[in-house]
Design a protein around this ligand. Structure first.
Ligand SMILES: Cc1cc2nc3c(=O)[nH]c(=O)nc-3n(C[C@H](O)[C@H](O)[C@H](O)COP(=O)(O)OP(=O)(O)OC[C@H]3O[C@@H](n4cnc5c(N)ncnc54)[C@H](O)[C@@H]3O)c2cc1C
Ligand code: FES
Length: 292
């Protein structure tokens, strides 16, 4: 009987390479070339902040996109994905209207925490994001900010966010909300525009102004690889051990399941062992090798 049930379940479970078709229920423009799609995923498995889905633009192709909101148990069936239009698939995804459909497979990969954000309650947390690198961090920041506001954390919580220009800043509607919850929010842009009165310069320039104890802090870092390398260097200069720094890495993803090898980085398959990884000397060596 048990064998029959197992066989029946296996027969009805969707194949992991077959996407579910999901409706776009909301579409928010973040900036010129970045759109957040809210998808209704009725049978979504719970996900950790930092994990990603493979999204299909029907008839065009598939791309890895981080889950930028929703997904926690109790959050309902709405999952947010924030997409930058850089090529055919992301262009079609960004153009999908409310009521249109998108294929979804996942969630895949590792999150910023192993099980839940309360793992970080006793630690100072410094989040460093470059541009759309804030997308995979947004769910973690939301959950941490909620716990911070409710007095459940004993560590400090800070966000350093950099963008090329003021009009490239994403999730601007969230920044005030996080600040109100007690997050020390600092932003900077490479090039200021009219009306910008904030910081100008690279994101690492914000770190000296943020209160955290390097000995007990955890850094969560996502952005262009060059930005992550400089951020890691600045955090180490401040006295933070490499192992206290987590990064999210992007490579070409195809299956998302550890089957095809497209996302290989040395001994790692980033769809399975990443995208979020603890920094180690070995990882730093792999990253610098790729750039030679
Ligand atoms: C784990 C993971 C999470 C991601 N999360 C997001 C996200 O939240 N939002 C988002 O907009 N994008 C995200 N990406 C990147 C996204 O998958 C690519 O931009 C997308 O696959 C590009 O497909 P395309 O057909 O639109 O363009 P393509 O024609 O395939 O590529 C256009 C340009 O983007 C570059 N590119 C393609 N894929 C990647 C990649 N993986 N990393 C860096 N450069 C790439 C190409 O070299 C080319 O220059 C993520 C990638 C990974 C691996
Ligand atoms: S994407 Fe196929 S092994 Fe990682």
């Amino acid at each position: 009987m048990v064998g029959d049930e197992t066989a029946a379940t296996a027969a009805t479970a969707p194949h992991p390479l077959v996407p579910r078709t999901c409706k776009v229920v909301e579409r928010r423009r973040q900036c010129d070339d970045v759109v957040t799609l809210v998808l209704d995923v009725p049978d979504a498995s719970p996900s950790l902040p930092g994990q990603f889905n493979m999204l299909t633009a029907l008839g065009v192709g598939e791309a890895a996109v981080s889950i930028s909101g929703g997904g926690a148990p109790g959050d309902g069936t709405h999952l947010e994905h924030t997409v930058r239009d850089v090529g055919p698939v992301t262009h079609a995804l960004c153009g999908t209207p409310v009521g249109g459909t998108v294929g979804v497979r996942g969630p895949f990969g590792t999150g910023w925490v192993a099980h839940a954000v309360d793992e970080l309650d006793a630690e100072d947390v410094v989040v460093v994001a470059g541009g759309i690198g804030l997308a995979p961090l947004r769910g973690a920041l939301d959950a941490l900010a909620r716990r911070h506001h409710d007095g459940l954390r004993t560590g400090t919580l800070a966000l350093a966010l950099g963008a090329k220009s003021p009009d490239q800043l994403v999730f601007t509607e969230d920044l005030g909300r996080w600040a109100a919850a007690g997050v020390a929010v600092a932003t900077t842009v490479d090039v200021a525009g009219p009306g910008w009165h904030g910081e100008v310069g690279v994101v690492t320039g914000l770190l000296p102004g943020l209160a955290f104890d390097p000995a007990r802090a955890r850094a969560l870092v996502c952005g262009p690889e060059v930005m992550m390398r400089f951020t890691i260097r600045a955090l180490r200069d401040r006295g933070m051990a490499l192992e206290r720094i987590r990064v999210s890495l992007e490579r070409n993803m195809q299956c998302g399941l550890g089957w095809c090898g497209h996302c290989q980085l040395g001994p790692l398959l980033l769809c399975r062992d990443g995208p979020v990884l603890d920094c180690t000397e070995e990882l730093m060596a792999l990253l610098s090798q790729r750039e030679r």
